[in-house]
Structure formats: C-alpha cells, structure tokens
Design a protein around this ligand. Sequence first.
Ligand code: ADP
Length: 316
Amino acid sequence: MSAVSMRCWRGDMDAVTIAHLHKYFGTVHALKGIDFTIHAGEFFGLLGPNGAGKSTLINIMAGLARAAGGSIQVHGHDVVKHYRKSRMLLGVVPQELVYDPFFSVREMLRLQSGYFGFGRENYPWIDELLTVLNLQDKATANLSQLSGGMKRRVLIAQALVHKPKVLVLDEPTAGVDVELRQALWEFSSRLHKQGTTIVLTTHYLEEAEALCGRIAILDQGAVVALDKTSVLLDRHPYRLLCLTTQSATVTVPAALAPLVLSQHGRALILRLHRSQDPVSDVLDSLRNAGVQIQDIQLREPKLEDVFLHITGRGHA
Ligand code: ADP
C-alpha cells in the first residue's frame, strides 16, 4: 500500500470520553453505566464475548442509537448535542456495506464526502484512498460487482473520506482472507502512526494483542477489565507448563491433579499459579512420582488466556 497523508492529531486531548452510559432494549440492560476514556492517538481494543454490548456502544458513539443515560463525547463534542461536529471527527467501519448498487466505487465515495460538506477539493484525497486501499482498478466498477474483500476495502475508504480523527473498526477482519487481513493490519497501523486514534473490536485476540496499546473488556454490559495490554498480560496469575513425558502412560501425583489442563499421550500441560506453584516444586513432585520428562516449555499467557480468565468464556 502506498503512503497516506493524514494529518497528525496526536496529543490534543482525549479522543472519546464515555460517562455513566446506560442502554436498555426492553428489559435487557445492554450497557450498565460504562465509564472510560480513549486518549488521542491510542490504538484501543474493545473486546468482549457476543452480547457484551460492543456494537451498542459503537452505535451510540456514531449517533445510530440513543443512550438511556450518560454521555459520549468525541474530542469534547457530545454525540447527541453536537452530532454533526462529533460525527465529523469519527469514522466508523461497520461490518456490513449498505450501498446503492447503481453507483460506482468512486461515485459512492464522492457522495459520502458530499454528506460531510466537502466538494471537489476532496477528490484528490478520495483518489489517494482508492490507491492506498488497492481499489484504483475498481474505481469505476459498480458496488454490486465487488467481491467481499473489495467491499471491505470500500467500507474503510468510506469511513476515512472526511479524514476523521478517530477511526472505529468494528470486526474489520472477520471473514477476510489472510492476505487482506495483513493488509488491513498494516494499513490501520500506518494510520495510527500518522496520528489517527483507532478503536478496534475483533474476534481475533492475537490481532488485539499485536495492535492495541490498551484494551477494555466488556462483559454483560459492564467494563470488567481496562488496562494496557502488557499489564493485562503481566497481571494474569497463570502460565502454562508444557511437558513432554518419556512415557505415554504417566500418572500425575494427586497433589498436582488440580493443575492439569490437558494430558494427551506424552503431552502434559499444567496451569501454574505464578505465586503459588513454583515451577521447580512442580517438577520435583513429578520426578519424585517417577515421571520422566523429556522436554519442558513454560508458556507465558496470551490475551486469549486473560480473556478466558476474566469472562469465563472463549472469544470465538
Ligand atoms: P456485542 O456487539 O458485544 O455482541 P450487542 O451490543 O450487539 O453486543 O448486544 C448487547 C445486548 O443487547 C445483547 O444482550 C443483545 O441481545 C441486546 N441487543 C442488542 N441490540 C438489540 C436490539 N436491537 N433489540 C434488542 N436487544 C438488542
């Protein structure tokens, strides 16, 4: 992808301020008093199991849904009271493309740019986006003729047409092939380096771990964790001791049985609490029980482990 020339916005103020946010759908309390701030220039991850409230939060941020109480401000502009101003500062890449099949890609982007009050002066930027997102060959194609991956690129171009300070990527890589996923990672990292605040929701936790400086985990409408990604990983109390035993018929001593995560053939995985289960003690217990060990690996937690520990659920 070629270079993008976005303005540097980093450091002017908080990008998104969410205060006491509540939302109900009938009797479902979808957001239960959410409070957090996303700083300008951050690459921020918004994670949570299905039904946690992520889409509801993004919809309120984008002015597509109304909160029952509380507020969201984008760079100090309330998303309800100052809708136009806050919307100008926000680009949202939704999961699905809603489009008029009779427009070409370039026409649709120009139309979108017009909604934000831009005229011809913005056309060079639109062409730059088409180039950066490898859409230049499709600029005159009808939207209905595009593949799923190409439509995903159009969604991103559409969200960036007005050069927003904050870009919300809602599951941008769901269902896309590896090549496009990597291109999207590279592109969002580049936007971030150039000063755009990025808010990412994703089902791919390795993606969040690699890209996001801070992460909020939502569960059942509440923030259950919010910290730097490195801190979330460091604070996780467990790590995995992955052993290859010499024999496939090993009996683990009863005292260690609660630590066994899995045992298949010669592969034995134990989950050790950092402070309560010193590795040397565990290895001594195994050796004293006659277990012969061929290979030892200590695996530090991944975000997947943290997520599972905090929410009690997987993230797929
Ligand atoms: P997520 O995006 O984290 O999967 P959502 O924000 O979609 O979660 O949903 C949060 C909660 O609100 C869920 O219990 C969901 O069933 C409910 N919900 C979301 N949208 C609606 C709607 N339009 N009508 C009724 N309930 C809804």
